[in-house]
Design a protein around this ligand. Structure first.
Ligand code: NAD
Length: 312
């Protein structure tokens, strides 16, 4: 029986539990948070909805033992961005949390894959992999799965086509140095850069700049309005969990340890990757133009520098 453990019952952790429960991804869900009142309340509320979703069991605790035997552990606990704060500014506090958390997790769920969502997600994925000593493929981050869904949504809305027909990725850091992969984007098999369909707009240079700015600044905008982003990351994480637990071999831009990827190494960041029950099985070599290749290298440098500053 599949078991998902979620660390942190805040806005993100609770919404991942909700999305996962509605989609019936796991039969057993466990939430762990140091705030006992919060985790109890979230689990009670979720349990009251069980009648309306595929059958599952949900439990919560401030005791890490609740995560025992999990197949996947999703880490969402820790500090989040305050208004105007970048994700990188959270690094120090959240790395310290991982120093305590990771050994505890390894004890109770030694066979689990670790999926990092807490920000800065690329830095923390690297740190969690180092602290755990687990093989790189078993530790990965939600990366730019969310950014890519924002990207696809904005392209789809501009061209007035279904978002499911847009295939376009944001790669690199889940953060300010991320890179849009325009050159490989397609809409219904038509290369996006050549897109032209009567009644379905075109994509000018100005449109591309505006769309990418919106993607990069989306979290800042949402945090200004409601203090947290939760729904889309909840659904994005549920899809990653499905890819793992259903052994889907799904291609997703998750963050994982790269070594010798298009000249990039010793860093965690997002590139399209095949995700299955073993974790990140393979990273794919996407065709890149010169700007994209250079942008990805710079993004890797930014993340690596943050990792080094933290002493890893
Ligand atoms: P939140 O403040 O609502 O929740 C964080 C929870 O973590 C709190 O309930 C807190 O009690 C708990 N916590 C703190 N330290 C803990 C510990 N040591 N063990 C267990 N629980 C602990 O924050 P949120 O809005 O849920 O965001 C959580 C994280 O997710 C942030 O770092 C945020 O930046 C990140 N995030 C990532 C993405 C992404 O795409 N990767 C998207 C949205 C948010």
């Amino acid at each position: 029986m599949n078991k998902i453990a979620i660390i942190g019952a805040g806005a993100v952790g609770a919404t991942i539990a909700y999305a996962t429960m509605i989609r019936g991804v796991a039969k057993q869900l466990a939430l762990y948070d140091i705030n006992r009142a919060k985790v109890d309340a979230e689990v009670l509320d979720l349990n009251h909805g069980l009648q309306f979703v595929p059958m599952a069991t949900l439990e919560g605790s401030d005791d890490i033992g609740v995560c025992a035997g999990a197949d996947v552990v999703v880490i969402t606990a820790g500090a989040k961005q305050k208004q105007g704060q970048t994700r990188m500014e959270l690094a120090g506090a959240n790395v310290e949390m991982c120093r305590t958390l990771v050994p505890q997790l390894l004890k109770v769920a030694p066979d689990a894959l670790l999926l990092v969502v807490t920000n800065p997600v690329d830095v923390l994925t690297y740190v969690v992999q180092k602290l755990s000593g687990l093989p790189a493929r078993r530790v990965f981050g939600s990366g730019t799965v969310l950014d890519s869904s924002r990207f696809r949504f904005l392209i789809a809305r501009h061209l007035n086509v279904a978002v499911q027909n847009v295939h376009a990725l944001i790669a690199g850091e889940h953060g300010d140095s991320e890179i849009p992969l325009w050159s490989s984007a397609t809409v219904g098999s038509v290369p996006l850069m050549k897109w032209s369909a009567p009644g379905h707009s075109r994509l000018t240079d100005g449109d591309r700049t505006r769309i990418f700015d919106n993607v990069r600044n989306a979290a800042y905008q949402i945090i200004r309005g409601k203090g947290a982003t939760n729904y889309a990351i909840g659904l994005a994480t549920a899809q990653i969990l499905e890819a793992v637990l259903y052994d889907e071999n799904r291609v997703l831009p998750v963050s994982s340890r790269l070594d010798g990827y298009q000249g990039i190494g010793d860093v965690c960041m997002s590139v399209p990757s095949i995700v299955n029950r073993a974790g990140v099985e393979t990273v794919l070599e996407v065709p890149l133009d010169d700007t994209e290749r250079e942008g990805l290298r710079r993004s890797a440098d930014t993340i690596r520098q943050a990792i080094r500053t933290l002493g890893f």
